[in-house]
Design a protein. Structure first.
Length: 94
């Protein structure tokens, strides 16, 4: 059985809870306060869905009514949150 892990980034302006199962699938739910955040280069495929608010991901705006954003390994991940905090879910595919 996996564990729930808390992670904090960018002076605690972005925080997430993550869970990884026994086959390596990892799911994160998080909150990001207004700001611009460069997470660096993805090492796994990441499917990001905005649950509440708006996040500009690599220059394209996503909100709760948008389709998910797919990041492939080797792509940079930059979040920009403008007015209010935004909530997201991220699935990392092994």
């Amino acid at each position: 059985m996996g564990e729930i892990t808390h992670r904090s980034f960018f002076n605690e302006n972005v925080q997430s809870l993550s869970y990884a199962d026994s086959v390596g699938l990892e799911v994160r739910v998080g909150i990001a306060l207004p700001g611009k955040y460069d997470f660096g280069v993805a090492d796994k495929t990441e499917i990001i869905e905005v649950l509440c608010g708006e996040i500009i991901i690599n220059g394209k705006a996503f909100d709760s009514g948008s389709s998910s954003c797919r990041i492939e390994p080797g792509q940079n991940i930059v979040f920009e949150v403008q007015d209010e905090a935004a909530f997201y879910e991220c699935t990392l595919i092994p």
